[in-house]
Design a protein around this ligand. Structure first.
Ligand code: SF4
Ligand code: SF4
Length: 150
């Protein structure tokens, strides 16, 4: 976990938890974690949050499923949201938004939008996620964040 995340009090984990695909849910369950998901449709699950708190958040504000956490969590605060048909990102909610360089933010916007578009697509169809591509993007985002923040 980044130092900046430790200090922030896990704001991003108190926004209702993440949406995941079935593939992501299976990875979390096969790592031995409790099933805290509600099925929305064939390939879209939501977390059963306690109030707005993610069920996997631990008392010390660390993530209880850190090594298998969902894509949406890995990319935060670069998370595309639709507001009045306009795509917005949650940069303002997160202290990382103030320290990540513009070039990285631009690249993460592009990559996370591609990932979230895939997830959105699977809500309405049975399209499978292109696993290799998604994993490569996640690794790239993690590597860049680690390089800049640690
Ligand atoms: S990603 Fe942002 S909001 Fe989430 S814990 Fe880290 S600094 Fe806080
Ligand atoms: S899965 Fe982990 S990182 Fe994602 S919202 Fe829950 S506690 Fe936070």
């Amino acid at each position: 976990m980044f130092k900046i995340c430790k200090k922030c009090g896990a704001k991003c984990c108190k926004l209702g938890g993440a949406d995941v695909t079935n593939q992501e849910r299976e990875i979390i369950l096969s790592a031995g974690h409790t099933d805290h998901f509600v099925k929305i449709d064939s390939d879209h699950y939501e977390m059963k949050s306690k109030g707005s708190i993610c069920p996997y958040l631990k008392e010390d504000n660390s993530c209880g499923i850190y090594h298998v956490r969902p894509i949406a969590c890995r990319c935060f605060p670069i998370h595309p949201e639709f507001n009045n048909n306009k795509k917005e990102y949650l940069l303002a909610l997160c202290p990382l938004g103030k320290v990540l360089p513009k070039e990285l933010i631009d690249r993460m916007k592009k990559d996370s939008t591609r990932i979230m578009d895939h997830i959105t697509k699977t809500r309405f169809t049975d399209t499978k996620l292109p696993k290799g591509e998604i994993e490569a993007i996640i690794k790239g985002v993690d590597k860049l964040k680690n390089f800049i923040l640690e």
